[in-house]
Unconditional design. Structure first.
Length: 527
């Protein structure tokens, strides 16, 4: 008969793969005395995606360590965070979260009867809790509240008071849920230290804080519900999973900000204790890894190809998603999903009363713009004014792009440089060579005409998403339809500012590392 794990073994289970623990000594002391109580909360805003498997895998660890675990559906928090969840949709989205999180847990074999599920509004509207919110508000400075929520609450130029209340409510949840520890991502660290500072001021105990690393999204940045390309929805079809993984950033030998590798490390290995690379016999056949470090080493040394890594993750991920898709195929849950996350365009059409009365929404988020790295440049065999470039945009194979830059940019200045590439134009042949994208360039207004490719920040990686400030949400079109002229309509408002920053209607083009710019063409156009 297998013996129960001791305090040290429980500690190892609870803390493995975490980035940071605040209160290590307190955790060890609690484990020697009793079953530790831990809570994890999620604000019921955008639809959960596959990154949710990361905290679920840790919750499985907590249960193996004998912890009592509470999952909080933070509905009131979702409303306070810049009203990401409209009040009229709050109940529907909370029900959706409850169903989908339970489906995720069941798909990885976590017994639901060992978990406690709580909604924030079940206790956050009580007299006692409300009084504590007021008591806390009398102690917290605006500076501390804003600083605490900087990594979690959506930041806007003129923040609402609700966003400043958010960190205080999350701190009070620790007391009202009667837990020893709170678990979350390392992006919550400032809220956790806020709680450690202010809860004792109300006479409440300081809690332990357990922090997961932030798992990169498929584009290399944080996996986010608001950045469609960065994540795979839990209900995505198999063909959508294939398409998004194919586009995922996974540069050969590069283990930094690699969302595909990170998913293997933080989800697949903890759940299965091994990972199988699937490949044809001519490339060495299948290989089973029992330690993540060995897989990462082989990938860094290019023993494992990105295409094989993605294909293997696709197979493993679909095994996890299949029972979730099956559960949500029921008429009841299909109806709940549609009601909780109504299609914006359909909602607008319904308001107008006719399908054709609502004009098409022409917004920059419909453009699939990415950072690319030029890996080769050659003259077009049949056109003296055209280059044929091979450009890495984080996909398994580089894209072939034809650009009319011969008379403006020397070949050696294009080789190995970072560019900004529009990726969802319909491919078209240019003098016999199919072009699979457009290099965006700044152009001078007067004569003689000057052209400069736009510059991403130097530290960017190939495949990183480029977006317009304020338009981070929304999914790019799979392919822009030429007849609708979406790009042309948006491009009419592309300009270069007096500071040489690329803009659309005076809103900056950005990556996670900063602005898109050009070297010298102030006031120029962009095409």
């Amino acid at each position: 008969m297998e013996s129960a794990p001791g305090p040290r073994e429980k500690y190892q289970l609870i803390t493995r793969n975490l980035q940071e623990v605040l209160g290590e000594d307190a955790l060890m002391a609690a484990l020697r005395e009793r079953e530790v109580k831990i809570y994890w909360g999620t604000a019921t805003t955008g639809r959960p995606h596959v990154a949710y498997f990361v905290p679920m895998a840790k919750i499985a660890d907590f249960l193996k360590a004998g912890c009592e675990v509470t999952i909080l559906f933070a509905d009131l928090h979702a409303y306070l965070d810049n009203m990401k969840a409209p009040w009229e949709l709050l109940e529907l989205r909370t029900r959706y979260y409850e169903n989908v999180i339970k489906a995720v847990l069941e798909s990885i074999g976590v017994p639901l009867e060992k978990l406690k599920f709580v909604r924030g509004t079940d206790y956050q509207l009580s007299k006692e809790y409300t009084l504590d919110v007021y008591r806390l508000s009398s102690l917290v400075t605006q500076h501390d509240a804003k600083k605490a929520g900087a990594e979690v609450v959506k930041q806007v130029e003129h923040p609402l008071l609700s966003g400043l209340l958010y960190p205080g409510l999350q701190a009070l949840d620790e007391e009202y849920l009667k837990v020893d520890a709170q678990f979350g991502g390392v992006d919550q660290r400032k809220i956790f230290t806020f709680a450690e500072k202010y809860l004792p001021s109300l006479g409440y105990a300081k809690r332990i804080h357990l922090m997961n690393p932030m798992v990169p999204g498929l584009t290399g940045s944080k996996m986010s519900s608001s950045e469609e390309d960065s994540k795979i929805d839990l209900l995505d079809r198999k063909e959508d999973v294939k398409r998004k993984l194919k586009k995922a950033f996974c540069e050969p030998g590069n283990v930094e900000n690699n969302g595909v590798l990170s998913f293997i490390k933080h989800v697949l290995f903890p759940l299965k204790s091994e990972f199988v690379i699937l490949r044809e016999e001519k490339w060495g056949g299948n290989k089973t890894y029992t330690a993540y470090e060995a897989l990462e080493k082989d990938f860094a040394e290019q023993v494992v190809h990105p295409g094989d890594l993605k294909n293997s993750v696709e197979v493993a991920l679909n095994k996890l998603l299949d029972p979730i898709r099956e559960k949500f195929n029921s008429p009841e849950l299909k109806k709940l999903t549609s009601a909780a996350y109504p299609n914006p365009s359909k909602a607008k059409t319904a308001e107008k009363g006719t399908k054709n009365s609502e004009p098409e929404n022409i917004v920059p988020s419909r453009l699939d713009i990415r950072v690319g790295k030029v890996i080769s440049v050659e003259k077009h065999p049949d056109a003296d004014s055209l280059y044929v470039e091979k450009i890495d945009v984080g996909e398994p194979e580089p894209r072939t792009v034809v650009s009319g830059l011969v008379q403006f940019v020397p070949k050696e200045q294009l080789q190995d440089r970072l560019v900004v590439l529009l990726c969802n134009l319909k491919p078209q042949k240019m003098r016999g060579v199919e072009s699979q994208g457009m290099v965006l360039c700044a152009s001078s207004v007067g004569e003689p005409r000057q052209v400069e490719p736009l510059d991403p920040p130097a530290e960017c990686c190939a495949g990183e998403r480029v977006y317009v400030e304020g338009y981070e949400d929304g999914e790019p079109d799979d392919e822009l339809k030429p007849k609708k002229k979406v790009f042309e309509k948006l491009q009419a408002d592309f300009r270069v500012s007096e500071d040489c920053i690329a803009q659309w209607k005076e809103k900056n083009f950005l990556t996670k590392l900063g602005n898109i710019s050009c070297k010298s063409l102030k006031g120029g156009s962009i095409s």
